[in-house]
Design a protein around this ligand. Sequence first.
Ligand code: ADP
Ligand code: TYD
Length: 213
Amino acid sequence: MRGVLITLEGIDGSGKTTVANALANSLPEARPAKTFVFTSEPTHGEAGKILRSLLVDRSSEISEKISRAKRMEELCLFMADHANHLARTVIPRLNDGAIVISDRYADSTVAYQGVTLKSIVPKPRDWIKEVYSPWNVTPNMTLFFSIKPEKAIRRIGFRENKEKFEQFDFLKEVDRNFHEIIKREPNRFVIIDGEREADQIAKEAFEAILKLI
Ligand code: ADP
Ligand code: TYD
């Protein structure tokens, strides 16, 4: 594949989408000869649409009452969405030589479903990676926006009731999973301090990408 795949990862509220929007403005101007494709997971394809409808109620997503079957349904939808994203967008565009920038990708599945599948499979992160490995495309670079879960939650305006504490605990676990993923592949990741001003963060992301492409 001639192109370059760059992914943006981090917990909810870490500022990925804000950075992606800034990059969509700055990168094409800085590298006019290149083709940039900005994309995201969940996608806007069929599985992505189902996922978005399931994810609206975030409290039920992480409630203890949720059935194992529902957690598996969710994993399968994320996996189907990722496969669809690869087959329809990522691989064809990389073959065309484009710079593909995805707001979330397979690391999110390992980090988030690595939490939701905890009581279902013994080592969920490893298990998901194993299922993905024969058909996934590894990013050339992943920008990880690092932010304390407390701060991310304040940004996205979570309320302070019991359910919301559960969500805070959930994001803390997701954050730990991301750090485990980074430990295993440190060379793929660029860690960006996501707690600063949006302009500074976008500039650091922009510079990291320009170094690669
Ligand atoms: P994500 O896509 O990672 O969930 P967003 O880019 O949607 O994060 O940002 C979550 C919220 O935080 C939005 O309301 C956004 O305006 C705000 N935000 C994003 N970046 C910053 C920043 N650097 N400082 C303060 N607030 C930010
Ligand atoms: P997204 O729309 O990117 O949320 P945000 O912009 O708030 O970060 O993703 C929706 C939610 O889906 C988010 O909570 C992360 C979760 N998610 C997974 O649980 N697994 C996955 O594989 C992906 C791609 C996202």
